[in-house]
Write a protein that binds this ligand. Structure first.
Ligand code: FES
Ligand code: FES
Length: 226
């Protein structure tokens, strides 16, 4: 198995090296992360996500602002509240949430865009936070598992997960809930096929899929045929 650090520039790797890499491959690291960060349910690429923090100091060359490689202030709108964090531009949203904002509900399992355990909503679209740079979330509404409950009440889907015993070790559970809840936002009455499709990118090593289908369809008021 390859080293997880392969998906990130090595410590101290400078911008010119990154630019040289992208010149060879035609794919920039940022562009790769933007495309690969979408979960199975994400249907639109993150085109237009260009807004860096207006507070961030950076050299401006030909109208392009360069940030980093050191920490810069980045303003994020998470679960309805504004937060400013001092982070290197290469910081993923998962790292920013967990290590800088203390929101550890979002789990990092594979850290390479394979399992969707780190799913959050970017403007209601389920996206992998380990494959999204925090600076690409600036100017967008970020919703995490901590943000889907309201007034102290857990989300109906979370209650249904408990009712149907739809978790074992729990590592995949926040991502599963975020993917299924995003489906219910888009389609309040999904079929089992819709649920299967919505979590087709979410991996559960414990095999809880049938109970996740049942929990989601229960919230949707649909009786499962199985
Ligand atoms: S896809 Fe992000 S932790 Fe696996
Ligand atoms: S409950 Fe263990 S990985 Fe899904």
């Amino acid at each position: 198995m390859s080293d997880p650090s392969e998906s990130r520039p090595a410590e101290g790797k400078n911008d010119s090296a990154t630019a040289a890499d992208s010149g060879r491959t035609g794919i920039s690291r940022r562009g790769f992360l933007k495309g690969a960060g979408l979960t199975a349910a994400g249907t639109a690429l993150l085109d237009g996500v260009q807004a860096f923090s207006s507070e961030a100091p950076g050299a401006s060359t030909h109208g392009v602002t360069e940030l980093g490689p050191g920490p810069v202030p980045v303003r994020l709108h998470v679960n309805g509240a504004e937060h400013t964090v001092q982070i290197e531009p290469r910081t993923t949203l998962a790292e920013a949430l967990r290590m800088h904002l203390g929101m550890t509900g979002t789990k990092v399992v594979c850290d390479r865009g394979v399992c969707s355990g780190c799913t959050f909503w970017l403007d209601k679209m389920p996206v992998n936070s380990c494959m999204t740079l925090a600076i690409d979330a600036v100017g967008h509404n970020v919703t995490t598992i901590e943000g889907i409950s309201s007034e102290g009440e857990i989300h109906p889907l979370q209650a249904a997960f408990v009712k149907h015993d739809a978790m074992q070790c729990g590592f995949c559970t926040p991502g599963m809930v975020m993917s299924c809840a995003a489906l219910l936002e888009r389609n309040p009455h999904p079929s089992e096929h819709d649920v299967r499709h919505a979590i087709s990118g979410n991996l559960c090593r414990c095999g809880t899929y049938p109970k996740i289908f049942a929990a989601t369809l229960d919230v949707a008021g649909v009786t499962r045929n199985a």
